[in-house]
Design a protein around this ligand. Sequence first.
Ligand SMILES: Cc1ncc(COP(=O)(O)O)c(C=O)c1O
Length: 446
Amino acid sequence: MAYQNFNMDHQWLPFTPNRSFMKDPRIFVAADGMHFTTHDGRKVLDGISSLWCVTAGHNRKPINEAIKKQLDTLDYATAFQASNDQAFKAAEMIADLAPGDLNKVLFCNSGSEAADTSLKVALAYHRARGEGHRNVFIGREKGYHGVGFGGMSVGGIPANRKVYGSALLPRVDHLRFIHDPVSHAYINGVEPEWTEDLLLELENRILPLHDPSNVAAVIVEPISGSAGWYLPPKGYLKRLREICDKHGILLIFDEVITGFGRLGVNFGADYYGVVPDMLNFAKGVTNGVIPLGGVICTDRIYDAMMKGSANSPEYAVEFFHGYTYSGHPVACAAAIATLELFQQENLFERAGQMGKVLGDAMHSSLKGLPNVIGIRALGLAGAVELASVAGAPGKRAYDIFMECFHNGVMVRPAGENVVVCPPFIVEKEHIDRIVNVVADAIRKHA
Ligand SMILES: Cc1ncc(COP(=O)(O)O)c(C=O)c1O
């Protein structure tokens, strides 16, 4: 019998309206395949891969078995001045999947830690090369890079920033949010084309303002995930790469969501044909089962950091950074089993195929419903954007999310969007159910 005392006396829930949750708790006690079981015995379809994590579906035996075996073999070992066999194997497998010379995996435990790690690598790398003055970071409006002070500073979701004031990093600028609610309201599996050059702003305003020689890195999600699945214009990321190269600026892709198959290929970098200098990952790498994150760096960055320490003795640490649980053996064993499962079941390819089914279903069933002002689908994810309720931003999406939950489907409210991103094992019947339940909820909350 699962524990039943959910009175909120002792748990403070993250990114959750605690006061409303208390009145209507959503408690999961089990999960299998595409479904959760709630504390009151209901089945709920996981339409969001448990926040983009459980891409291979719940309760996957090969992952569970690998974890159990690892617990009985090497439960934990310090990550500093030593390592473990699982971390080496996981790093090799991850580097094999990554494009270009992204070869060096620096493990951490979450997407937030990956963001802060990548920003610190950028500063340390430039300093190691004698360019310690490069300390400006550029993020993007509506970008999300977790909740550490670094990630929050380069992130661009106003609510996540507004109470932290001067505690945010100085010397951070943001590229503009790109979305055209008129010409690109409805996008199904294609890259939106713009006539305007959206990166002129970077070249003509942001870089001259700070002077390009002071800029350490630009960090972007290939697709703005947490904001509500906003897609980059065709050619945008390529051009961003060119501008960064021209000025010696590092390009960081935060692929916590787009990494490991969501777009039907290994990484967003592959989908868009652009290799960043660092690629941040977390979530799906272990199917969400155990926390693991990391930053994949190019050989060039790693080599520069080693070379930068050429005048220090060999016993000296080259990069003063790391987490107690970096490369935790159980998390790495889970990652190895997950990556093997992805391959055995061709899950990335499947995500691409089912993404088309999802995009078509969302467009055919949701377009034209009351308050629907946009639908964006690419890879196995889609967002339906709704007209805001006057004076109550985000309320409509929240009400729709709650309605769907009560009707047995978990979706995600993100601003004025309802986001759907199911596990890659999703079947057409699940997609139809998700879309029908969302459609009913949209009608009900019109
Ligand atoms: C792109 C991106 N970066 C970073 C994070 C933060 O990850 P975590 O919650 O594991 O710290 C997220 C989480 O959703 C994310 O989507």
